[in-house]
Design a protein around this ligand. Structure first.
Ligand code: SF4
Length: 352
């Protein structure tokens, strides 16, 4: 262990002040924190809360229902990331729809979906565009390419989200945030600096043991000082300006819109939709989708988990009726979900 890691660990382990609630927003951070055993060294007065940074988890049930209409009623080949296919909609998942004959393809990116559309000109192909500023540029790139190449059988069903207003919606949930380094690699640091003026504090963290321990230690130190703060603890990747080409790509193709987040409701200006110039690639318009209000399983507490109001273990069906093999909610489906992380790293069946 390096000296800086030892120093960070010492700061964390020796903390003996008032209880601190620190929210790690990013699902990858949640899993790394578990995998690296960081929770095992936390004193009881430091609570790490998992936040809404898993793209699949925050995508609302109604979006799955829209995708099901495309797949089952509009005969559209629906291309999606592997974990989204298992997220329950109001009645069923895309995986169930596929077993009934719907064309549902698993892809790794929007560009894969575009390639599929190019090779299958007789099919209408829609990519389910979920995720944050990290994945949105590639969806935008696919639309740009489709337009340039005259590929007209391709569209996006958008549920893209942006993080800044989600932090505002979560005010009071935590004393400070650990911001997702890969999002800030695109957006830069300016939005986090502005949040400080609104009383919202946090640090940007990377993903190694050293980077995570450092970020937590810095957060504790700065909270102890009691002054407003923001710190970039991931400077090897995150610059102040972020990715200028990525930001340009997003602002050329998409515009801000209000967006529904699972558990958090509609957050103003927290989503992205295609600009009017690209309406021909907007699946909602192209296939005249009705507006849908999804219904999640009443037993599922994903909404509370995503806001840090409860831990996964406090959900009555955690590890019993809801497991990664038979997920009831999105947080148990995705590799980045908090329920999945708790199950994978902590949960032991009572009869084990
Ligand atoms: Fe939802 Fe399952 Fe998590 Fe409970 S354990 S909150 S049902 S995903």
């Amino acid at each position: 262990m390096s000296n800086s890691m030892l120093e960070a660990r010492n700061i964390i382990e020796s903390y003996d002040g008032d209880e601190l609630r620190i929210m790690e927003v990013c699902g990858t951070h949640t899993h790394e924190i578990f995998r690296l055993g960081v929770r095992n060294i936390l004193p009881s007065n430091i609570k790490l809360i998992s936040g809404p940074g898993c793209p699949v988890c925050v995508t609302p049930v109604g979006f799955i229902d829209e995708a099901l209409i495309l797949a089952l009623e509009k005969n559209v080949t629906t291309c999606t990331f592997g974990d989204l296919i298992r997220v329950p909609g109001s009645e069923q998942s895309l995986a169930t729809a596929r077993s009934k004959g719907a064309k549902v393809q698993i892809v790794y990116s929007a560009l894969d979906a575009l390639e599929y559309a190019e090779k299958h000109p007789d099919e209408e192909v829609c990519f389910l565009a979920v995720g944050f500023e990290t994945t949105t540029p590639s969806a935008c790139m696919a639309v740009t390419k489709a337009k340039k190449s005259g590929i007209s059988n391709f569209s996006l069903l958008t549920a893209n989200k942006t993080m800044t207003n989600a932090y505002r919606a979560l005010v009071g949930s935590a004393d400070a945030f650990i911001y997702p380094g890969h999002v800030n690699a695109i957006t830069g640091t300016e939005s986090c600096e502005k949040l400080v003026e609104e009383g919202i504090y946090g640090v940007i963290a990377g993903f190694t043991a050293s980077e995570l321990l450092t970020a937590i230690a810095v957060t504790i130190t700065r909270l102890k000082e009691g002054k407003p703060f923001f710190e970039n603890c991931y400077p090897r990747v995150v610059s102040r300006e972020g990715s200028i080409p990525g930001k340009r790509m997003m602002s050329e193709i998409m515009e801000a819109c209000d967006s529904e987040w699972r558990g958090l409701g509609v957050i103003p200006e927290s989503g992205l939709r295609l600009r009017e110039e690209y309406a021909e690639f907007d699946a909602r318009k192209k296939f005249e989708l009705p507006s849908i209000e999804g219904r999640s399983n009443p037993a599922c507490r994903c909404g509370d988990v995503l806001q840090g109001k409860c831990t996964p273990e406090q959900c009555k069906v955690f590890g019993k009726l809801c497991t990664p093999q038979h997920p009831i909610g999105a947080c148990m489906v995705s590799n980045e979900g908090a329920c999945s992380a708790y199950y994978q790293y902590q949960y032991l069946p009572s009869d084990s």
